[in-house]
Design a protein. Structure first.
Length: 438
């Protein structure tokens, strides 16, 4: 388990909780959606309690429930059945406002297995209306990937990367989990067991980029414009290495973090940009010598596409060999020294390790970057700016341990050194600036 609960019975595979979510636009949505959701709950687990918003739970009453669904312009209502014999509580909730409808449910795995076809049909019929997305996943995996508060994690935080938030609290760094949820433009982006993406996603995740993903169990394009991807067979085995690898593969190859403009210490596998004045969407997928997905840092080839403004139709496609362009990574090229220069600023007081992990990432990036610089003997220079006192917080000795370092010297308010990796020479300056104001 990953969240603290008052439970003394170990959950078996059959009782492993499965979480489902379906989201759609409220505009022009049929009232039958609500009725069908309640019918589904009665088939899955026969609810005996109901609750509206934050009110006290009361006995389940079908007539009263339907009256609420028809009369209220905005509501949150939940029907549920208390867990018995080691099962979690089984629930289905509906949230409705003037813009969106959200349906959430939690059922045991044996219930999903029994009604898998019915659940899939319900999800896809619902998405046909004004659908946005749907996800099915282990509820334990969902919580494990998205709970940042250390005190709520039953298994503790040993072995997990921790960071500080803006309030200075030590929290779990959710960027280390492939199943982290991100919300962007009213859409939820994640990587999990089963995923359905509707047309509104394609301007951020072009339909062909999703179609190109082949590392899961299945990838289906439905007749009604929905893409359904299943990453692995058994959601109760989400912690197995091969399943975690598949979740990372989807997150990286489809550019979840790049699309949502979420800053992470990982190199992109794909980049997507919308060009409004041309009413088009551009994408580049980075590939290796065998045309397999890889990071931009190590790519030797690229697949370039232009789509219509909905991200559905390919207007242009070109495959070609490519290397990274200096302008993608460096701020400028100095005129006199002919150095490709870039600067990064690190607020070490916000980081438990003093910025060590971030500096390791950037040193690795600029040392391993494949560019046609050696022909002109152009230099690479990385300037790292830290607050006053940041150099002491950053363990430079540990940072440089893996490298052959030359010309190490102290400078005013910092230090400079040179790192060589085969033919690549990287000049590094770490400079202390002003202390960050509160």
């Amino acid at each position: 388990m990953c969240i603290k609960e008052n439970r003394t019975v170990e959950v078996t595979k059959e009782h492993h909780p499965i979480h489902g979510v379906i989201a759609l636009k409220a505009e022009n949505a049929s009232e039958l959606i609500f009725e069908n959701a309640i019918v589904l709950s009665r088939i899955l687990f026969e609810p005996n309690l109901m609750r509206q918003a934050e009110q006290v739970a009361e006995p389940y009453q079908q007539e009263k429930l339907m009256n609420v669904l028809k009369a209220e312009t905005e509501f949150t209502i939940e029907v549920f059945k208390e867990g018995i014999k080691g099962e979690s509580q089984q629930t289905l909730s509906i949230t409705y406002d003037q813009e969106y409808i959200g349906i959430h449910f939690i059922i045991p795995y044996h219930c999903y297995q029994k009604h898998a076809t019915l659940i899939t049909d319900f999800i896809e019929q619902t998405l046909k209306e004004t659908g946005l997305f749907a996800y099915l996943r282990s509820n334990e995996e969902r919580l494990f990937s998205n709970i940042w508060q250390p005190e709520l994690r039953q298994d503790g935080c040993e072995g997990l990367t921790m960071v500080r938030n803006e309030q200075g609290q030590v929290i779990v760094d959710l960027n280390q989990f492939p199943g982290q949820n991100l919300t962007y433009q009213a859409l939820q982006f994640t990587s999990c067991w089963q995923m359905w993406f509707c047309q509104p996603y394609y301007q951020w995740l072009p339909k062909q980029v999703l179609k190109d993903f082949r590392e899961g169990v299945s990838n289906e394009a439905k007749d009604f414009g929905v893409t359904h991807i299943t990453l692995y067979k058994d959601p109760t085995k989400w912690q197995q290495k091969e399943n975690i690898i598949r979740q990372w593969a989807f997150r990286n190859q489809c550019g979840i973090d790049e699309v949502t403009q979420h800053l992470v210490l990982r190199e992109p596998f794909v980049e997507v940009a919308a060009v409004t004045e041309k009413q088009a969407i551009y994408s580049v997928q980075y590939l290796d010598d065998y045309w397999r997905p890889t990071s931009k840092l190590t790519a030797t080839r690229g697949l370039f596409r232009i789509y219509d403004d909905r991200g559905e139709e390919i207007l242009f496609e070109q495959r070609k060999g490519t290397v990274a362009h200096p302008e993608d990574y460096f701020t400028k090229k100095t005129f006199f020294t002919q150095e490709w220069l870039t600067k990064i600023e690190i607020f070490t007081e916000m980081l438990i390790d003093g910025g060590l992990q971030i500096c390791q990432f950037y040193l690795h990036r600029y040392l391993h970057l494949k560019m046609d610089l050696d022909k002109k003997k152009s230099k690479r220079k990385l300037v790292i700016l830290v607050p006053k006192g940041g150099l002491e917080a950053l363990n430079v000795e540990v940072l440089l341990a893996p490298y052959v370092v030359q010309k190490m010297k102290k400078i005013k308010q910092g230090c400079s050194f040179v790192i060589k990796k085969k033919k690549t020479v990287l000049h590094v300056v770490i400079f202390e600036g002003k202390k960050k104001e509160a």
